[in-house]
Design a protein around this ligand. Structure first.
Ligand code: KMH
Ligand code: ZN
Length: 272
C-alpha cells in the first residue's frame, strides 16, 4: 500500500463560530490550525477562506492572505494547499474558478449536482468543463470530489471528451444529507468503479468520518478529516481542534501498520 496521505479540511464554507467555536476563520486562526494539523501528520490542507466578517469568500485576496499566513506558519514544512472550488452553496461558477489564477498546487473539482441538506449544490457539465479549462491553464492538479455513484460516470464522460487525463485523485465525500451515505458497501462499489490510474481518499461527513477513515486506511485509500466535515470527536463531544482529529487517524494508522506519508512523500504521490 502507498503511504497514507492525511488531508485536513480545516474550515469549510457552511459552519460558523457560533456552531463550532474551535473553527479557524481568520487567516491567523487558519495558519495556527494548519500548523497544528501538519505537526500532527496532515500533509494536505483543503482550504476555504472567509471575508473580514467571517462569511465564505472565493475572492483572490482572501485566498492570498490565508495562503501566505499558512506558508509563514509552516515555513520549512509547507503542506500542499488545496483550494476549494466548491465554495459555499449558491456561489456562482465564475467566482468559484477565479482563485485558480493564484496557481495553487492542487484544488477541488466537484463532479456533479447534489441535494446539500435543504439546498442544492450545483455543478453542471458546463461548470465542470469551465473548471477543466482553468485547471489546465493554471497547471493545477485536481482532486475530484465524488458525492454520488453517478459522479464517477461524469468523470468518465469528461475523460471521454478528452478534457481530463490520468492519473486521477478522487475524494469520496460520503454522508452529505441529500447524497450518498457512508455505508461500507457504497465505498467498496465506488472503489471498484474508479477509472484506471486512480488514487482515492474518503471524507466521511459527521458520524461517518471515523468509520470511513478507518475503513479507507485498511483498504489502501487515503483519508480526509477536519472540522469542515465533522465537528465532533465522539458522540456528543465537540472536537477541540482539527489537529485532534488528525492525531487520532495517525494513532490508528500506526496501530494497523499503515505508515503516514510526510509532506514530501504526499507531494510526490499527488502532484506527479
Ligand atoms: N461547501 C460545499 C457546498 C469543495 O470544497 O470543493 C462544497 C465543498 C466542496 O466544500
Ligand atoms: Zn470543501
Amino acid at each position: 500500500m502507498e503511504k497514507l496521505i492525511i488531508t485536513a479540511a480545516i474550515t469549510g464554507a457552511e459552519l460558523s463560530k457560533a456552531q463550532c467555536p474551535a473553527l479557524p476563520v481568520t487567516p491567523e486562526e487558519q495558519a495556527a490550525a494548519a500548523k497544528e494539523a501538519v505537526d500532527a501528520g496532515a500533509s494536505v490542507i483543503h482550504l476555504h477562506v472567509r471575508d473580514e466578517q467571517g462569511r465564505p469568500s472565493q475572492k483572490l485576496e482572501h485566498f492570498k492572505v490565508s495562503v501566505e499566513a499558512i506558508r509563514r506558519a509552516c515555513k520549512g514544512n509547507e503542506p500542499v494547499i488545496q483550494f476549494s472550488t466548491g465554495g459555499a452553496v449558491g456561489e456562482n461558477i465564475a467566482n468559484r474558478v477565479a482563485p485558480l489564477t493564484l496557481k495553487p498546487e492542487m484544488a477541488s473539482f466537484n463532479l456533479g449536482t447534489i441535494n446539500f441538506g435543504e439546498e442544492i449544490f450545483v455543478n453542471t457539465f458546463s461548470d465542470m468543463r469551465a473548471l477543466t479549462k482553468s485547471f489546465h491553464e493554471n497547471k493545477i492538479i485536481p482532486e475530484f470530489e465524488i458525492y454520488e455513484a453517478g459522479h464517477l460516470d461524469n468523470l468518465k464522460k469528461l475523460i471521454k471528451e478528452g478534457l481530463l487525463h490520468p492519473p486521477f485523485h478522487c475524494q469520496f465525500v460520503l454522508g452529505v444529507p441529500g447524497a450518498l451515505s457512508g455505508e461500507f458497501s457504497s465505498l467498496t462499489f465506488l472503489v471498484q468503479n474508479l477509472p484506471a490510474q486512480s488514487t482515492w481518499a474518503v471524507a466521511g461527513i459527521g458520524r461517518y468520518e471515523l468509520p470511513l477513515a478507518v475503513h479507507s486506511l485498511v483498504m489502501g485509500g487515503h483519508v480526509r478529516v477536519g472540522l469542515e466535515d465533522n465537528i465532533f470527536y465522539s458522540k456528543g463531544m465537540p472536537a477541540k481542534s482539527n489537529a485532534q482529529l488528525v492525531e487520532r487517524i495517525v494513532r490508528i494508522a500506526n496501530e494497523v501498520g499503515r505508515p503516514v506519508a510526510n509532506i514530501a512523500e504526499a507531494r510526490k504521490l499527488l502532484l506527479h
